[in-house]
Design a protein around this ligand. Structure first.
Ligand SMILES: Cc1cc2nc3c(=O)[nH]c(=O)nc-3n(C[C@H](O)[C@H](O)[C@H](O)COP(=O)(O)O)c2cc1C
Length: 276
């Protein structure tokens, strides 16, 4: 809910000009919030008089004032080098990720923008114990998946994943013999982004940002699309972590302290693009 402090508002219209749903208007020299508002907070952020706050579910105390000394900017080259150097981590130590680091990763998700500012994702953090419990279920699910019966058009992950079934069967046999988990990489933690089935774009965008935060914290992460497929096809897995009707695990990411250090960046194919 948008609240205007009339004693501070000077009716300059800066808020109304930046209101994407044209909800705010100026009446009698004061900003007046309309009924339809997506609560994006632009009016709060842009008001030089600090006359507008988001209230209700929002905590005004978490607003940070812009000041150059705090350095909100990241240098483009530094950012690009950071992204070039990050790798998917598939070897972890047993050390669990600290609560403080998990909170930072979740904060990154919370502050990542959502279309129409829906903010309707939820997250499930899995501990090592839970991961050790679900790993064999997920591996068995994939190893025994009846590929012929899978509706490829309804798949939420690329259907090319199905070509990996012999790999999954091998991984399951390794797990049975050595208790080594090649699906979830024996990671100490995982995070699932849960969205409505029709809102996966937000979930995918969210995980991209959170994965960068994992790396900024000096940790490593690996998105696990195969396990995401397992959650899609196994009611047992959905029940275990409480995925409700109409919801989907958009993506799962395992993360933890890396047991491997990369010494350089990697190559990539050239970008395919057109300027039209
Ligand atoms: C959507 C998505 C799903 C992925 N699923 C898996 C997975 O199930 N298992 C895995 O080991 N890596 C998975 N990866 C990691 C990719 O294999 C990896 O990003 C790619 O090989 C490039 O390596 P890099 O991340 O180290 O640059 C996934 C990555 C993405 C973006």
């Amino acid at each position: 809910m948008v609240t205007v402090d009339e004693s501070k508002c000077i009716g300059c219209g800066t808020c109304a000009a930046d209101c994407t749903v044209l909800s705010l208007r100026i009446k009698d020299g004061k900003a007046v919030p309309g009924k339809f508002c997506i609560e994006c907070g632009h009016c709060t952020a842009v008001c030089a008089q600090k006359a507008i706050t988001l209230t209700g579910e929002y905590d005004p105390a978490e607003i940070i004032e812009y000041d150059t000394a705090r350095k909100f900017e990241i240098s483009p080259d530094r950012l690009l080098d950071f992204v070039k150097y990050r790798r998917s981590t598939r070897q972890y130590t047993d050390e669990p990720v600290s609560d403080g680091d998990i909170q930072k990763i979740l904060e990154m998700g919370r502050y990542t923008q959502t279309g129409a500012n829906l903010q309707n994702l939820r997250y499930i953090v899995l501990t090592k114990d839970t991961l050790r419990e679900i790993a064999p279920i997920a591996l068995k699910t994939l190893a025994e998946l009846d590929i012929a019966k899978v509706d490829k058009k309804a798949m939420r992950v690329p259907y090319q994943y199905l070509d990996f079934q012999s790999t999954w069967q091998y991984w399951y046999s390794v797990y049975q013999k050595k208790k080594k988990d090649l699906l979830l990489h024996d990671a100490p933690n995982a995070l699932l982004v849960v969205s409505r089935k029709c809102d996966e774009l937000n979930g995918a965008f969210n995980i991209g940002h959170m994965e960068l935060m994992v790396n900024a914290l000096g940790l490593g992460a690996c998105l696990t699309g195969f396990a995401t497929l397992a959650f899609d096809v196994s009611q047992e897995l959905k029940d275990r972590i409480g995925i409700k009707e109409g919801e989907a695990v958009t993506i799962m990411m395992v993360f933890g302290h890396p047991r491997v250090k990369y010494l350089r960046t990697v190559n990539r194919k050239r970008a395919r693009y057109e300027i039209i």
